[in-house]
Each structure stands twice: as structure tokens, then as C-alpha cells.
Design a protein around this ligand. Structure first.
Ligand code: MTE
Ligand code: MOS
Length: 783
């Protein structure tokens, strides 16, 4: 059987609850920080944060802290036996001599209680020499403050494309960042065993990198450090690179004191210290022919990387690779550069730059559609990729026809055309309230751009009693990866799901893992789990063939029974077979491995086939806006998303719903505000908690929420025909933003462009509709 084929009666595809659902909702699920109470002599860590956005540390006096009862030790740069750096780019000193952002920890205090550590941190005397700071992207552009590689993605010749254009438009667009606001803040718990092995529990999406960075900080080989991740209370990309430094601090404390060390950021610390989604600035010029088809697109993207690089370069690469979204653009010239600002180091966030890239183009289409005299949905459809076309980076768009099918299906299911008429009638009848209805597509590339990351390992044990324990390199953050991996193992071994147990992710079980990211957790680890199970099943098939008197290829494994093909009546019991196989000295465990075939990517030329396939989706959103306040609500959302043949349909539905709502938050509610003044708090994050940072909650859910998975969508070449689901649905929320634009436009005369800020908060919506309302009817559209 090939990788995508499913046996009969397979546990994959069954709609089951998340393996920890009952634990989650009853409060019994344990997270990293819950494990600390089991350890004796636990120390608690607290940071000494910089009160300046940018300042040289000229003096550090720890005496005051040591005088606080309960304080045991203050960690500073002098304590680091290895490399004083917590990143992979060498630009993230763990203990900096120059504080690079407001709140940047310059030392850490260890104490018997969290309160003592906190009081100790307040008693450390730090002398700062304030330096000039850069806070906004626009300031960085003006100052020429950039970091890392600048990249260009190009196809064809935009000069030719603009010559062919019947219409040319230009514009600028600012896209806001986003706080991850995972429910579990960053946490690490470290201790050293009797043989000197460092053991760290960490809320990390990337245990291997947490292990490697801790090892280099401690000056130890990787083999001396073990990292375990039980589960995370959400990661969303925020725990792909940010946890390493915290794990290193805890481990350093544990090696120096011989006591276990716990470090958990409270919400304010997490929000002020850890990186967020990158804000972007885009300056663009777009050409269209007389029918509204793109002829050329020229863009400069500037992301706000914050104080250090971490993942800013690959985030920019993904942004550039997703500018096209679902559209064929013949001539493209796109530049990407990363601003260095004195803010938290912006990092991975669901979509990893893809959402920002796509939003630039969707914003262009939304803005220019009225100027081209087209409905925005028709303008979008006209520009879709046709089968046989390739992306600007040279990858053929496989299954381009799926986008067309999905779009047509969604418009029909959501009664789009009838509702357009209803919305128009409503708007004609209501001067102070307007509705908007919009549909937008998603095409998202699956795989890490960085080819080497597209590998995974697994370790599967079958014990003598027939029970199964699996380990794989991926981490669980609520996305249901573990549930899917148990379904894959049960399917591959032909045993009931109840026979399979899953052990926490650990670097000493499966080494050299990639981050659980890029939505590829199930593709990669599923391939590896299946490989391990296939090896074990082959060993068992040889034993069963003897007992059943058939060729090993003709042995079937299903629901705990083993039988000759076509003869379930002649079955053996799985447990008996395993027992017998052990006595025949058969290997009952295996290590599995998977590497995604067919990928190549030239990072400098920005050309190649970085993605195994594309994930497709589309969404229709209807909103209603109040003309006096800009307040709005989402009346209805219809989503249709392609997950291939789902490994676990309930999990996937949850991912699609959650992705949309998280995208809604990013695009319409969540606004990060930093102190941009020249006052004493310059650079301070002003939205440090849920009281000032507005997250979507139940009250923001669409009044009607219809979510469907595309049917008959087998993806060949992926485990059991499935497709990744984690990130792409976030971008389905773009239709909500576009619906808000349509509603704002309805307050004014037709045929005009309606710019809208991002996030489209009620305030931004108010100004957009105010602009539309005050426009004079006779005015001719610009450009
Ligand atoms: N879903 C939940 N519930 N919690 C999360 O933290 N992270 C998202 C997505 N869905 C996340 C989530 C992100 S950013 C990614 S990359 C994928 O899950 C990672 O998991 P996967 O590769 O197993 O899909
Ligand atoms: Mo997801 S942003 O790739 O962790």
C-alpha cells in the first residue's frame, strides 16, 4: 500500500475527541508548571527587566537582592560557562550588556519562593546609560535600521507588465502585529540528576532546539541535556523559538545551585518579553488589464523584526511566497526587508508571514475592485490560478482546479448571490446601519521552506502483552497532533485505538526533531509513525504467515485480528500473535523515519519547489456595521476548507473554526500599542494584559457559523491521504475584513475605493465609513 491508501475500517478518519479533551475541560491536564510541586527544594526565577527601550548596562549590583530573605542566587553573564546567547543567529545575548527593549531581562534572581524572587529582582541595582531608540517600522525605515538578509522574489519584467496594464494603482498598507495569548504562558522546569544529566520540562514547540541552546549555554554536549514537553496550553508559533532562553536560565540555575528551578512568566512578563506576529508595512504598485487581470505587481515589504532576528528571515520568505495567494500574477517584483526596532523580537505566529503577504494582495484587490468597476468576488475569481500555471517562485500550482471547485461550492452553499441582493436591499433601507458580504480564497504552501526541516522520527514499541506505546518528534499544543498520531498507529498496526498509548515528547526518545510548526506536524510525524508501525507489522506478518499458512503479503491486520486476505473467519488474535512472535525472537519495536520527497528551495534566488502541496480554502463572511460608532458584528460565516481526507474530522473542524476566529482577532480586534512618545516610558508595551488587549471570545463568534471540509479530496503522497490544517484557516478571516470594507463603502457613493486600517477595530471602521460617508458623489475616483 502506498502512503496515502487507507485500509478498511481504519481508525484514521474517525471523528473522535481530542485525546486530552476530558482532561482539558476538567482541569486535570497537567502543563509544565504544574509539575514543579512534585520537586523538593524548588527554586523560583524572576527577571530584572530593563526600564528603558535601549540602554547600556554600566553597572549591576546584586547585593541588595542577596539581602532579601529567601533569595539564593542572582544569575548574571559571569555565571555562563558556555555561550552567552539564547538564539540561533548569535544576536540574542542571554544576559545582555545593552538592553534592547523595554522589559529586556538583564539578570535573573533565584529564590525559595516566587515572592522572594520578585522582591529580590526589585532590589538589584542596575545602572543604565539610555541610548536612542527606534520604535515604529516607519522610524526604522527613516533611520535605515534593518537586520538580516534582504530578499527579492521576481518573475518576468514588471516594466513590461505595467506597460501592458490598462490600470495602474499604487498604495501603502500597514498591518498590525498580534500577541499569541496562549493560555499557558512560557514555562520551564529544570533539574540535574545524580549523574549530571540536565533534564528540562519546557513549554516548547521545538524541544531539540531548546536542548541545543541550553547545551551551548551550559557548555555541554547535546547528549547531556534532555528536554521533555508534556503538552502546551497553546503555542501558535510563539513557542517555536522564544522558550529556549527561559529553559537555559532554569537549567543554568539548576546546575549552579544543585536545586530544581522553576521559571514561569506571568501574563504581563510574557506579553512584555516574548515576540509576537510581525507587523508589516507594504508599499505597492499593481497593474491590471482591461478585464481586471493582474499584469504586474511590485511590492516592498518591511517587517518589524523587533530587537533580534530569530525567525524574521524565514517569516519574510513565507510572506513573499504568499503574496500571490490564489492568483496568477505574470510579472512580479517583490522585495522584503526586516526592520530592527527596540521591541520584543517578533517571531512565528500561525501562518508565519503568509497571512501578511496574502493580506497585502487581498487588500489591493478589495481597494481597486470598485475602481475597475467589478465586484470584488468577480475580480478575485478572474485572477485565480489555472491548471498548469506556476507561482512566482517557480512551483507548479498542483490541483489549481480545486480552488475553482471549492469557490463554486462555497458560493452555492452560502447562498452568496441571493444574500448579495438581501444585503443591498438592507443597505438601501437603513441609512445608519450597513451590511457587507465578502468571499476570499486561501492557498497556502505546506512544508518548511528550509528543506532540511522536512524530516521526522518516531519510536514505536509493541510490548509482549500486545499493548502499544508510541513516541514521536512532534509536540502537542492543543492542535490534536497526538490524537492523530494514535489514529495513524492504530490504523497501521490494525489494532483498536484503545490499545495505543502515547508518551510525552522527549529528545532522548526521538532526536534531531524539527519544530512542530509550518502545519506539517501530522504529515511529518505521521509518516514516521507509520514507517515504524509498518516495520513491526512486517515482522509480525512473517510470523502470522507461518501460522496461517499463507504468504506474508496476504496477511491482513484489522481491529486487533490477524487473518488471511478474504478470510476473516480464520483470524488470529493480535495479542496471541504478539506473544508467539516474542517467543520466536521477533523485534517488536521500531524507529521510524520520514522525509518529504520532491522538495528543493534556493533561499537566495527565491526559486524552487519548497512545498509538498497547497492547502486550499475559501470563506464567506457577512457583517453589520453601526454608522454612529463603527461597532460591528459578524452575522454569519461560511467556511469550506481542504484538509485532504481528514485524519481526524472533529480535530480538523476545531482547527478550522479556531483558525478563523484567531484570524478574526488579528484582523479586527487585537491591537498592540507601544509607547511611541519621547517620554520616560518610550518603547513600553501599553497593552500588557487582557484588560487593554482585546481578544475574540464567545461574544465575537459569528452568529451563524457553518464550517465544512472539502469532500473527496485525497492527497496522494501524504499519510493516509490527508492534508495539513493548522495554519491555513487563519487566513479565511480575511473575508471578514473585506466584508467590513464593503459595509463601510455602502455608507458612501459607489465606485470609490475604501481604504481600511488593519486591524479593522471599531475605531478604524468608524474612520473608514466616515470617509466614505463624507465623499462627494460627483468626485471621480483617484489614480
Ligand atoms: N491549535 C491549537 N489548538 N493550539 C496551537 O497552539 N498552533 C497552530 C496550529 N493550530 C496551534 C493550533 C500553529 S502555528 C501550527 S504551525 C500548527 O497548529 C502546528 O501543529 P501541526 O503541525 O500539528 O498542525
Ligand atoms: Mo506555526 S507559526 O508554524 O508554529
Amino acid at each position: 500500500m502506498s502512503l496515502h491508501e487507507r485500509p478498511d475500517a481504519a481508525p484514521v478518519g474517525e471523528a473522535i475527541a481530542h485525546e486530552s479533551a476530558a482532561l482539558h475541560v476538567t482541569g486535570h491536564a497537567l502543563y509544565t508548571d504544574d509539575l514543579g510541586v512534585r520537586l523538593q527544594n524548588l527554586l523560583h526565577a524572576w527577571p530584572v527587566g530593563s526600564p528603558h527601550a535601549h540602554a547600556r548596562v554600566t553597572g549591576l549590583d546584586t547585593q541588595g537582592a542577596l539581602a532579601v530573605p529567601g533569595v539564593v542566587r542572582v544569575l548574571t553573564a559571569a555565571d555562563v560557562p558556555g555561550v552567552n546567547d539564547a538564539g540561533v543567529k548569535g544576536d540574542e545575548p542571554l544576559f545582555p550588556t545593552v538592553a534592547m527593549y523595554h522589559g529586556h531581562p538583564v539578570a535573573w534572581v533565584l529564590a525559595d519562593s516566587e515572592d522572594a524572587a520578585r522582591l529580590g529582582a526589585a532590589a538589584v541595582k542596575v545602572v543604565y546609560e539610555p541610548l536612542s531608540s527606534v520604535i515604529t517600522v516607519r522610524e526604522a525605515i527613516a533611520a535605515g535600521a534593518f537586520q538580516g538578509a534582504q530578499s527579492t522574489l521576481a518573475r518576468g519584467d514588471v516594466t513590461v507588465g505595467f506597460e501592458q496594464a490598462a490600470h495602474v494603482f499604487t498604495g501603502e498598507f500597514d498591518i498590525g502585529g498580534q500577541e499569541h495569548f496562549y493560555l499557558e504562558t512560557n514555562a520551564a522546569l529544570a533539574h540535574v540528576d545524580e549523574a549530571g544529566q540536565v533534564f528540562i520540562q519546557s513549554s516548547t514547540q521545538h524541544p531539540t532546539e531548546t536542548q541545543e541552546i541550553t547545551a551551548h549555554v551550559l557548555g555541554l554536549p547535546s547528549s547531556a541535556v534532555t528536554v521533555q514537553c508534556l503538552r502546551m496550553g497553546g503555542g501558535f508559533g510563539g513557542k517555536e523559538m522564544q522558550p529556549h532562553g527561559y529553559a537555559a536560565i532554569a537549567a543554568l540555575g539548576a546546575t549552579l545551585t544543585g536545586r530544581p528551578v522553576r521559571l514561569r512568566l506571568n501574563r504581563t512578563l510574557d506579553m512584555t518579553q516574548t515576540g509576537k506576529r510581525h507587523p508589516f508595512h507594504a508599499a505597492w504598485k499593481a497593474g491590471f488589464d482591461a478585464d481586471g487581470r493582474f499584469t504586474a505587481l511590485e511590492v516592498t515589504l518591511t517587517s518589524d523584526g523587533g530587537w533580534s532576528l530569530d525567525l524574521s528571515e524565514p517569516v519574510m520568505a513565507r510572506a513573499l511566497c504568499h503574496l500571490d495567494n490564489a492568483y496568477f500574477i505574470p510579472h512580479v517584483h517583490a522585495r522584503g526587508r526586516i526592520a530592527r526596532t527596540n521591541k520584543t523580537s517578533q517571531t512565528a505566529f500561525r501562518g508565519f508571514g503568509g497571512p501578511q503577504g496574502m493580506l497585502v494582495t487581498e487588500d489591493i484587490l478589495g481597494r481597486v475592485a470598485p475602481l475597475l468597476g467589478l465586484d470584488a468576488h468577480e475580480l478575485r475569481r478572474r485572477n485565480f490560478y489555472q491548471p498548469g500555471e506556476a507561482t512566482p517562485y517557480g512551483q507548479p500550482v498542483r490541483h489549481a482546479e480545486r480552488m475553482h471547485d471549492l469557490w463554486a461550492q462555497l458560493l452555492a452553499r452560502s447562498d452568496f448571490r441571493e444574500r448579495q441582493a438581501e444585503v443591498a436591499a438592507f443597505n438601501a433601507a437603513h441609512p445608519h446601519r450597513k451590511r457587507g458580504l465578502s468571499v476570499t480564497p486561501v492557498k497556502f504552501g505546506i512544508s518548511f521552506n528550509f528543506t532540511a526541516y522536512n524530516q521526522a522520527g518516531a519510536l514505536v514499541h509493541v510490548y509482549k502483552d500486545g499493548s502499544v506505546l508510541i513516541n514521536h518528534g512532534g509536540t502537542e499544543m492543543g492542535q490534536g497532533l497526538h490524537t492523530k498520531m494514535m489514529q495513524v498507529a492504530a490504523t497501521a498496526l490494525g489494532v483498536p485505538l484503545s490499545s495505543v498509548r502515547l508518551a510525552p515528547t522527549r529528545t532522548d526518545k526521538v532526536p534531531n526533531t524539527s519544530a512542530t510548526a509550518a502545519s506539517s506536524g501530522a504529515d511529518l510525524n505521521g509518516g514516521a509513525v507509520k514507517d515504524a508501525c509498518d516495520q513491526i507489522r512486517a515482522n509480525l506478518a512473517a510470523v502470522a504467515a507461518g501460522a496461517l499458512g499463507v504468504h506474508p503479503d496476504d496477511v491482513r491486520f484489522e481491529a486487533g485480528r490477524v487473518f488471511p486476505i478474504g478470510h476473516p473467519d480464520r483470524s488470529l488474535d493480535w495479542k496471541t500473535l504478539v506473544h508467539d512472535a516474542y517467543h520466536l525472537r521477533t523485534q517488536l519495536w521500531a524507529a521510524g523515519f520520514y522525509r518529504t520527497p520532491g522538495l528543493h528551495w534556493d533561499r537566495v534566488a527565491m526559486q524552487g519547489e519548497p512545498f509538498k502541496y497547497f492547502s486550499y480554502g475559501a470563506s464567506v463572511t457577512e457583517v453589520e456595521v453601526d454608522g454612529f460608532t463603527g461597532a460591528y458584528r459578524v452575522r454569519r460565516a461560511d467556511l469550506l476548507h481542504d484538509v485532504g481526507d481528514s485524519l481526524s474530522p472533529l480535530i480538523d473542524l476545531g482547527q478550522v473554526e479556531g483558525g478563523y476566529v484567531q484570524g478574526l482577532g488579528w484582523l479586527t480586534l487585537e491591537e498592540l500599542r507601544w509607547d511611541e512618545s519621547d517620554g520616560p516610558n518610550r518603547g513600553r508595551l501599553q497593552t500588557q494584559s487582557a484588560s487593554t488587549y482585546k481578544l475574540p471570545s464567545f461574544s465575537e463568534l459569528p452568529g451563524q457559523f457553518n464550517v465544512g471540509l472539502l469532500e473527496r479530496a485525497t492527497e496522494t503522497g501524504v499519510v493516509y491521504g490527508s492534508k495539513a490544517v493548522g495554519e491555513p484557516p487563519l487566513m479565511l478571516a480575511i473575508s471578514a475584513r473585506e466584508a467590513l470594507r464593503e459595509a463601510c463603502a455602502a455608507f458612501g457613493p459607489p465606485g470609490r475605493t475604501t481604504p481600511l486600517n488593519s486591524p479593522a477595530t471599531p475605531e478604524a471602521v468608524y474612520w473608514a465609513l466616515h470617509e466614505a460617508r463624507t465623499a462627494r458623489h460627483e468626485e471621480v475616483p483617484g489614480d
